[in-house]
Design a binder for this molecule. Structure first.
Ligand SMILES: *Cc1c(COP(=O)(O)O)cnc(C)c1O
Length: 714
């Protein structure tokens, strides 16, 4: 594959920095992060930790001055050398150099699995995600690289990504879309042999759509991103890939055609012939139709034969039991796009639309992407044990002849890429007391037993430092938020002086979907005021998260949190941090002592934010839902309420709210402040150890990708 790289100019001595800047490997290397930071701390922050934007913003003189600094050159040498050694280990191909202009892009091995996802969340510098689904896809690709599982990701390049969040004076979420500028992102453009951008073509009603392709390097893995922003396209078509999860149904339909159909054609154009097509959620399900039509043409097969044959290679992962999470399109909307194409499949329009209907259920003219994916995939899974169960019940209708427990939907429990989420202090402690290569041995439970021998004061010191860094950042962000709201200096001081680097810090950060119940804590506002406002045992609570622009119920929850946060009774110890993204998530999961997760069971398919907290020494407080059903064990956290029952929502909410307050008042706060003579909370540290060693080895994408590879990719 050939690419064109619009890399910034750098002096010759610094040229290897481009190899690092254009490979997302650097996110998982603390020294690489430090290197970019040192080049220009201010610009590094301003460019949202985007190395390409940083280098472009630095002046020629600044770059030359940097290249003259011995420590920068030596750090660059070390980082580059480590990157090369890591990526070339066990591989036949050398890491290629990234230069301004044309580059050659080699595969380690021919990708065996193509992983399709509407969002990929790798790092804040490529804002191509909205939440957990995207972050999971990013971590999946990363771990595939670590394990040497040859995989290629397929997604869309959103020119505006997802929105930036701020609040109006009446605390209503405001959404701001700003262009990312493809050339400022750590991606390269795929070009054809003639040196021109590689383009693929799709049929839209009355016109052709051209799509260009970008690629990102994630260690040894590759991610292709499709982009319709080309001058040859109609204005409205250029904007197909403008925004992630556009609320306009027709744009969404076109996005999913680009992702599914365009993705398959892009692979063909590049001569890549994957053995498995993995649909990460239903957004990419149109790919099954393209594969089917292509096989019919190539081999002269009938539709049913081609369906059965292509089905063997399709993997479908469903991600939510919540109905709003299952993509549905109206038949009238789809007709102009699909009816002219149905003859390729040898189907009548009615037969075609049947493919998106649940068997034996009233569909009301709706076409469901999940039904389509299920009909065309031999390998289907949910993302936790509980979610597997819930999905078998939910989709049993597709196999009317089978009892629920025989429905062929399995589960592969989600995980996280530990190296991307671990804080530097905890990492150092593990380097020292577990093994220098502990990240490569994540699943080695015997190694994790050594956590018991880490001295309490070392563990606690790492925890304190990570919390202190979080509080420092929160204070700065909160001040900025308040300045935007025109507060005077004194008020500002008062509202951010409530934060304390040694106080028990609770985090709640995720999308503001209603089933996640962000305001459950506030049902007992008086009890919460007493708890949070305590003089000798203070508690601080940090919230963050976005509501989908069309989700007014989610925005009302945000408004409620924002108003309560400004309530003087909480003494500035409850803060809603604006504009949640991966960067903020990293700070929160590294710094919080307790991670609160209280979705209404069984709505949370898995959840992953809590998994990021545990290796950092934070403790989970969760309802019995998603991953926590498998994760909980004596002493590694706290469980709220009774889990999945068939009582009504109001009863469950009331019970869970009470249970949560009881845990906080009677167990969590007292344990955190119960100190020995040396000031160490020994009981708490015991739980930290239990949490680190029980959660980390299993809830990692290393285990998850290995499971996908063994079960579905081989
Ligand atoms: C991990 C992560 C999520 C997922 O959070 P859940 O609690 O699992 O919903 C969402 N957004 C960001 C930015 C994340 O890093």
């Amino acid at each position: 594959m050939k690419t064109y790289c619009h890399a910034p100019w750098v002096p010759e001595e610094l040229e290897p920095i481009l190899d690092v800047a254009y490979n997302f490997w650097w996110n998982t290397d603390p020294q690489a992060r430090l290197l970019f930071h040192q080049l220009s701390p201010g610009l590094w922050r301003l460019s949202n930790h985007n190395p390409v934007a940083l280098l472009r913003r630095m002046t020629r003189d600044e770059l030359i001055a940097a290249s003259a600094r011995l420590e920068i050159r030596s750090e660059l040498f070390q980082v580059h050398d480590r990157m090369r050694r890591t990526l070339e280990a066990g591989s036949r191909v050398k890491v290629e150099r990234v230069r301004r202009g044309e580059n050659d892009f080699h595969y380690d091995r021919e990708p065996r699995a193509a992983y399709f996802s509407a969002e990929f969340g790798l790092h804040e510098s490529l804002p191509n995600y909205s939440g957990g689904l995207g972050v999971l896809a990013g971590d999946h690709i990363r771990s595939a690289s670590d394990l040497g599982v040859p995989i290629i990701g397929i997604g869309l390049l959103y020119r505006f990504g997802y929105f930036h969040q701020s609040f109006s004076l009446d605390n209503w979420q405001e959404e701001r879309f700003s262009p990312n500028g493809a050339h400022n992102q750590p991606i390269q453009q795929v070009i054809a042999d003639d040196g021109q951008p590689l383009t693929i073509e799709l049929n839209l009603p009355g016109r052709k759509l051209k799509v260009q392709v970008w690629c990102a390097r994630i260690g040894r893995s590759t991610l292709l991103l499709l982009d319709t922003y080309m001058h040859e396209n109609w204005q409205e078509d250029r904007d197909i890939t403008a925004r992630l999860y556009d609320a306009d149904r027709e744009i969404r339909l076109k996005q999913e055609i680009v992702l599914g159909v365009g993705g398959v054609r892009a692979l063909e154009a590049l001569g890549i012939n994957p053995y498995r097509f993995h649909m990460n959620e239903g957004h990419s399900a149109f790919l099954v139709l393209e594969r089917c039509a292509s096989l019919m043409k190539r081999k002269g097969l009938g539709f049913e034969q081609a369906r059965l044959e292509t089905r063997r290679n399709n993997v479908f992962t469903t991600h939510t039991p919540v109905s709003a999470g299952h993509e549905v399109f109206r038949r009238e909307l789809m007709e102009p796009y699909f009816v002219p194409q149905v003859e390729r499949l040898g189907l009548s329009p009615d037969e075609f639309f049947e493919l998106g209907h649940r068997t034996g259920t009233d569909h009301d003219g709706n076409f469901e992407m999940t039904s389509l994916a299920i009909r065309f995939a031999d390998h289907i899974n949910g993302v936790s044990k509980l979610h597997g169960e819930v999905s078998r019940r939910q989709w049993q209708c597709m196999w009317p002849e089978l009892p629920e427990d025989r429905v062929p939907i399995g589960h592969v429990t989600n995980g996280i890429h530990t190296g991307a989420w671990i804080g530097p202090e905890m990492r150092q402690v593990f380097d020292h007391y577990l093994a220098s290569n502990w990240l490569d041995r994540i699943e080695d439970r015997a190694m994790w037993e050594r956590v018991e021998s880490i001295p309490a004061d070392d563990l606690w010191e790492a925890r304190r430092r990570q919390r202190a860094r979080l509080i420092y950042n929160v204070r700065r962000r909160a001040q900025h938020q308040l300045i935007v709201r025109n507060l005077d200096r004194d008020t500002l001081q008062r509202k951010t002086s409530g934060l304390d680097r040694d106080a028990l810090t609770i985090g709640f950060a995720r999308r503001f979907a209603t089933y996640k119940r962000a305001t459950l804590l506030f049902r007992h506002a008086d009890r919460l005021r007493r708890l949070v406002g305590s003089d000798d045992r203070p508690v601080q609570i940090l919230f963050a998260g976005k509501a989908h622009p069309a989700d007014d119920a989610g925005k009302r929850l945000l408004q409620e949190v924002q108003e309560l946060a400004l309530d003087p009774g909480f003494r500035g110890r409850i803060i809603l941090l604006e504009d949640y993204d991966i960067g903020l998530a990293r700070k929160l999961v590294q710094g919080c002592d307790v991670w609160l997760n209280n979705p209404r069971p069984p709505k949370e398919a898995s959840g992953t934010s809590g998994m990021k907290v545990c290796p950092n020494g934070g403790l989970t407080c969760s309802t019995r839902d998603g991953w926590w059903v498998e994760g909980e064990s004596p002493l590694n956290g706290w469980t709220i309420g009774r889990g999945w029952t068939d009582r009504d929502d109001e009863t469950v909410d009331a019970e869970d709210a009470d249970s949560l307050m009881n845990l906080l008042e009677n167990e969590i706060v007292p344990l955190f402040y119960d100190r020995d003579a040396a000031g160490l909370p020994q009981g708490w540290i015991t739980r930290m150890r239990a949490s680190i060693k029980t959660v980390t080895p299993y809830f990692s994408t290393q285990r998850m990708v290995r499971e996908y590879a063994e079960k579905y990719y081989s």
